[in-house]
Design a protein around this ligand. Structure first.
Ligand SMILES: NC(=O)c1ccc[n+]([C@@H]2O[C@H](COP(=O)([O-])OP(=O)(O)OC[C@H]3O[C@@H](n4cnc5c(N)ncnc54)[C@H](OP(=O)(O)O)[C@@H]3O)[C@@H](O)[C@H]2O)c1
Length: 321
């Protein structure tokens, strides 16, 4: 039906003009999207994040992406509250930052999100009372020690995933957002994952992907709820970044064009904060991968993810093999 209408239009002068206009509009739309993407990724300057407040609070800030955020935000003139589980590492990171940025004030707070997270976050809330926290980076996150079928995931492992990734992020956000509402400004960055936002499924890491799906939807709803209060909520979606976690789940060793170092990744991530996007993939090769993934059928992506997961199963003593 459509092709015969098209064939008919092609024979009419007006039809040729109409088809040309549609073709031009489609080309214009695609080129505009490409130009916007190029601008956002490579040219758009970072916002002055001090306009949100003098302090940034970062969870999981002693390693990987969180540590890179800490250095980058200090470089932009923000004082820091570093929240992580290991006091020796916290002290080391804070003294490294003070050495590099002597004008920056750094506070550390020891909080193990695997423990009593509710009591821990309530102590943290007391400790940061009165601080003008303008930027919150909800970065802390854990995953499986290795690929596993859902029914083989030990209760301790999945309860820990929910405690750290879901309950921890929710309580920390709940502790910080009221101050932002009172001041009428703030930026909340929640670190999601390609595991829930890009691929249609993440077999053998199902609970990790589900916790990141929660982060994604929480962020997108809070983005709408708090926009009018001057608070920019955003879910940033990395694919692989060369960190301890990536080496654990994907044997990613060195960084490469598709697997940036945490510093390189954060350099891009910083430039997305406060720009009007509830969800973004800040690193350029990650968004290229996302684009190509979106062209493939779900069934193909599902089969590909499952085959990767199966290759990663180290423990063969289970009922599935
Ligand atoms: N790396 C990737 O490829 C990738 C891809 C997609 C999404 N992500 C997400 O990015 C975020 C950061 O990941 P990453 O790769 O940077 O991880 P990482 O290198 O393993 O660093 C995680 C940070 O969180 C801290 N942490 C872990 N468990 C904790 C707990 N129970 N209580 C308090 N702090 C804890 C770690 O402390 P210690 O220094 O004491 O270990 C470390 O500072 C996570 O939310 C992750 O899901 C990462």
């Amino acid at each position: 039906m459509f092709s015969s209408t098209l064939d008919y239009l092609k024979t009419q002068p007006l039809g040729i003009i109409l088809i040309s206009c549609l073709g031009f509009l489609s080309l214009f739309k695609n080129s505009t999207s490409l130009l916007t993407w190029l601008y956002n990724i490579f040219l758009r300057p970072a916002k002055d994040l001090r306009s949100y407040g003098a302090w940034a609070l970062i969870t999981g800030s002693t390693d990987g992406i969180g540590k890179a955020f800490a250095f980058k935000l200090a470089g932009m003139g923000l004082n820091l509250v570093l929240v992580s589980r290991n006091s020796t590492k916290l002290k080391r990171v804070s003294s490294e930052i003070r050495n590099e940025y002597p004008d920056i004030d750094v506070k550390i707070f020891e909080l193990d999100f695997s423990g009593d997270v509710v009591a821990g976050v309530s102590r943290m809330k007391e400790a940061v009372k009165g601080l003008d926290i303008g930027v919150l980076i909800n970065n802390v996150g854990v995953t499986y020690p290795e690929a596993m079928y859902f029914d083989e995931v030990d209760e301790k492992i999945w309860m820990n995933l929910v405690r750290v990734n879901v309950i921890g992020t929710t309580f920390v956000t709940g502790a910080v957002v009221p101050g932002m509402v009172a001041r009428g400004r703030g930026a909340v960055v929640n670190i999601g994952s390609g595991a829930s936002a890009i691929v249609p499924s993440h077999p053998l890491y199902a609970i990790y992907a589900a916790t990141k799906g929660y982060i994604d939807q929480l962020s997108r709803s809070l983005y709408v709820e708090y926009k009018h209060y001057g608070i920019d909520v955003q879910c940033q979606v990395p694919l692989y970044v060369s960190t301890k976690m990536a080496s654990q789940v994907a044997a990613v060793g060195k960084s490469s064009v598709f697997v940036p170092s945490a510093d390189k990744y954060v350099e891009s991530a910083i430039r997305f904060i406060g720009h009007d996007q509830a969800r973004c993939t800040p690193y350029w090769t990650h968004s290229i991968q996302w684009f190509f993934a979106s062209l493939l059928p779900d069934s193909l992506l599902n089969a590909w993810r499952l085959s990767i997961g199966l290759k990663r199963i180290k423990n063969t003593i289970n009922i599935h093999h």
